[in-house]
Design a binder for this molecule. Structure first.
Ligand code: FES
Length: 581
């Protein structure tokens, strides 16, 4: 065995693979198809459909989705016994299934249909198993998708995706025997449940039990970035004619790896909304009039020339939803044509505190770690972020971290969704973040939970910092924050003792008058524990728009040129002045 690789034989074909993969993963990765219906690569194997049964060299039957490969293993996937087992398993699934394949939205993309074809099922063989289609009505309550339990094969993929990937646990198995079905708590409609309508279950459902209400197949796809929040999920827009008919997550984008939230997946109706402007309009005599682009551009340039002559009366607002190129051009136009630094964008409100606070403490106002490192952290400290609502895909990453065994500390004046799974919930009074964070820092210093080597090598002024906290009093912190000392101590210990700890924060701490102080306090917490400069750790501002970082980097801020070169530095000014247009 070399480099963690092993050799095995599947149906006479010699294969080399990693020794921690399953037989099913190995077979599929090497072009050998083994039927499967309850396996899904994003969740733990469950072994309930029994279709992936294979035979090992000892003649034992094992489920390929649950069994790991081993060196020297010899697997058969097509013996007489296996064929018989698979056939009866599929016959039982189909016997009481709706047979309206041609009118089913899943036709051509249905795993049960494919499996039945692969195995070869004769309709006449089904009579002895047939008890009749389940008497259960469709659930059309959700605005985006419908449930048809008559087509459900009870593979449990939707239940596990909702629990393991999304972390919502809106559905589960209920009833028993032939009556078994997937239902919400108390078997209410989906709309009345805690379902967040992300549609992850719909995408993962192998049959037609969960399908989008608008199910039009696109004629082409366009790869792009979701325009909603700061996660920047990769998506494919499905286009038919000149309309967006669906959206699917891009599995190759590291941030979302194919996952999407309700907004990204279903919130595209505005693009083709009839009320959208399609041509420029100029207001004349108090009323907007449609004009062509030539007239509009001439009108704008004449107006801008007037403003330019008047001196510094012009300001431009860039957009954190525009590309780097667009933002760069706008700041360049503002500075070189309109002769002013009056350019800004939404970071002024949402994350100016991050830009300033992080630049001062660690040198750059950006997330220190990647979004896809979150699932591997040992501890998530979420402060000032209602992550599952505002950055749902990062909420899913936190859920994944919890499934992997991470601890979760939530600090928020509001009891948010994340609190359900938190190890500690610090419900501090609004505006007391600095007191809370400095309280945690004081405990970490007093209880000697510091990363001394990191501090010696990488931090400045620690002695002065420590001295400044000598009189810091936890009783006072308790009064100010409204959080008990014992909880703050517990949170500080969990955070400081974790092998890697990731701080996630957002506008809940940056949009205060002391937002920069909040950010700098978090920086200090990260620095004294050495939770920076390594994977799955760091201090991570969750931005409001999908290109806030780019708009800042491009210099769409009044005080800095591109690359955060300050406008009041004469050397920098000369450099830009002498640059060719
Ligand atoms: Fe293995 Fe269903 S895929 S038992």
């Amino acid at each position: 065995m070399k480099n963690n690789k092993i050799t095995l034989i599947i149906d006479g074909v010699e294969i080399q693979t990693k020794n921690n993969s399953t037989i099913l993963e190995t077979a599929l990765a090497n072009g050998i198809f083994i039927p499967h219906l309850c396996y899904h690569p994003k969740i733990k194997p469950w072994g309930v459909c029994r279709l992936c049964m294979v035979e090992n060299e000892e003649g034992s039957l094992v489920t390929a989705c649950e069994s790991n490969v081993s060196d020297g293993m010899a697997i058969s996937t097509e013996t007489k016994r296996i064929k018989a087992i698979r056939k009866i398993a599929v016959q039982l699934l189909i016997a009481n299934h709706d047979m309206d394949c041609l009118t089913c939205a899943k036709n051509g993309d249905c795993k049960l249909q494919d499996t039945a074809t692969y195995i070869g099922i004769d309709k006449d063989d089904l009579h002895s198993f047939r008890q009749g289609i389940m008497d259960v009505s469709n659930d059309d309550s959700n605005p985006f998708f419908k449930r048809d339990l008559k087509k459900c094969i009870l593979c449990g993929i939707c239940v596990r995706i909702c629990g393991e990937v999304v972390g919502t646990n809106a559905i589960d198995f209920s009833f028993r025997g032939y009556e078994t079905q997937i239902s919400t708590f108390a078997n209410k409609s989906i709309l009345e449940s805690n379902c967040v309508s992300c549609g992850e279950c719909v995408v993962a459902c192998p049959v037609g039990a969960l399908i989008p209400k608008k199910s039009i197949k696109p004629s082409r796809e366009v790869k792009t970035i979701c325009s909603y929040c700061g996660v920047g999920c990769g998506i494919y827009l499905g286009i038919r004619g000149n309309n967006i008919v669906n959206v699917r997550g891009d599995p190759s984008t590291p941030t979302n790896q194919g996952n999407l939230c309700v907004k990204g997946r279903f919130g595209h109706g505005f693009v083709n909304h009839p009320k959208r402007l399609k041509s420029p309009m100029i207001k004349r005599n108090g009323k907007f009039q449609e004009v062509d682009w030539n007239e509009a551009l001439t009108f704008i340039s004449e107006k801008l020339l007037d403003y330019k002559k008047q001196g510094s009366v012009f300001a431009a607002m860039a957009s954190a939803k525009s590309t780097n190129e667009e933002n760069y051009i706008l700041q360049k136009f503002t500075r070189t044509v309109m002769n002013t630094n009056n350019i800004d964008h939404c970071a002024r409100l949402c994350h100016a505190a991050s830009v300033t606070g992080l630049s001062k403490t660690i040198g750059s106002g950006a997330m220190t770690n990647s979004i896809n490192e979150i699932p591997d952290t040992d501890c998530v400290f979420a402060i000032g972020t209602n992550t599952t609502s505002t950055h749902p895909i990062i909420g899913m990453k936190i859920q994944k971290a919890l499934v992997n065994g991470a601890s979760l500390i939530v600090a928020n004046p509001m009891e948010i969704e994340l609190c359900k799974n938190a190890d500690i919930f610090l419900q501090h009074n609004p505006g007391t973040d600095v007191a809370l964070i400095m309280g945690m820092i004081k405990i970490i210093i007093d209880d000697e939970l510091l990363d001394i080597d990191f501090i010696k090598d990488r931090c400045d002024n620690f002695v002065e910092f420590k001295k400044s906290l000598e009189k810091y009093n936890l009783d006072w912190v308790e009064i100010i924050t409204g959080v008990s000392k014992s909880k703050i101590i517990e949170a500080a210990h969990i955070y400081a003792k974790a092998g890697s700890a990731s701080i996630l924060y957002s506008m809940g701490i940056t949009q205060h008058v002391n937002g920069t102080d909040n950010v700098m306090a978090l920086s200090n917490l990260v620095l004294i524990t050495g939770n920076i400069g390594k994977t799955s750790s760091g201090i991570n501002p969750l931005r409001g728009q999908n290109n806030v970082q780019g708009a800042c980097d491009m210099g769409c801020l009044p005080d800095v040129y591109p690359g955060y070169q300050t406008v009041d530095n004469p050397v920098v000014f000369e450099k830009f002045k002498n640059m060719e247009l």
